[in-house]
Design a protein around this ligand. Structure first.
Ligand SMILES: [Zn+2]
Length: 231
């Protein structure tokens, strides 16, 4: 059995690893074909495919235990192939990495489902066209030296104008926030005065209400007076 915890058997000599003692690879059963340079990995389908034998549709994201091996190289980047058995029939599927196009390609046993959509219909922005347009403008400038000079003059003018505006804004800020303590005092004084006048109004209202209530009470008592007398 593969060693996986801290138990060291009495026959362990302390020189090699526990895996070596058990005669196992550290990657376990997945490394059983390493002598053929094959490692077994979990592979997830990067796109929808159709199996060529059972003709069934297999969805993107379906996972297989695939045999991964190096089959070549694109410059210095290795090309890997993943070979797995279709889960619906005995057919074998093979998918390879394609470093040149930075994608996967089906090499045998299946067909890739090509999903196409119209970019204009969903309102996608075409990066190519934007790059093309900006490159075109740059090309025109580089061909005409006068256009380049005009552009530089315009840029200088714009820079001067913005420099002036920035200086103004800077001075304005400095003037307003030269003494924050004083500004704070002014603000607090304003708030205090406002609060005082508000409080005065409220207390005036209260006393008016109190007087109205008293008058009403008095009137009521006066109206009830004769009835108690006639009893
Ligand atoms: Zn199949």
């Amino acid at each position: 059995m593969q060693g996986y915890n801290k138990y060291y058997p009495p026959e362990y000599d302390g020189k090699s690893s526990l895996n070596k003692l058990a005669g196992k690879h550290s990657l376990g059963n997945r490394a059983r074909k390493l002598n053929q340079h094959i490692l077994i990995v979990r592979f997830e389908l990067p796109f929808d495919i159709w199996c060529e034998k059972c003709n069934s549709h297999i969805a993107q994201g379906t996972r297989y235990n695939a045999e991964k091996k190096k089959v070549g190289a694109y410059y210095t980047t290795p090309i890997f192939s993943f070979r797995m058995k279709c889960h619906l029939c005995p057919n074998y599927l093979e998918i390879q990495t394609d470093p040149q196009k930075t994608e996967y390609k089906v090499t045998s046993g299946a067909r890739r489902k090509i999903t196409e959509f119209d970019g204009d219909k969903i309102g996608a922005i075409k990066v190519d066209s934007i790059l093309h347009a900006s490159n075109k403008a740059d090309d025109a400038d580089s061909r005409d030296p006068f256009a380049g000079v005009e552009k530089t003059l315009e840029k200088t003018k714009h820079m001067r104008a913005s420099h002036q505006r920035i200086t103004e804004l800077y001075q304005h800020t400095n003037q307003r926030w030269a003494d924050p303590y004083e500004k704070n005092q002014i603000l607090r004084r304003l708030f205090r005065n406002e609060k005082k006048s508000k409080d005065a109004k409220l207390s005036a209202n209260d006393s008016m209400e109190w007087r109205i209530a008293k008058v009403a009470q008095h009137k009521k008592r006066h109206a009830n007076g004769p009835t108690t007398d006639n009893r």
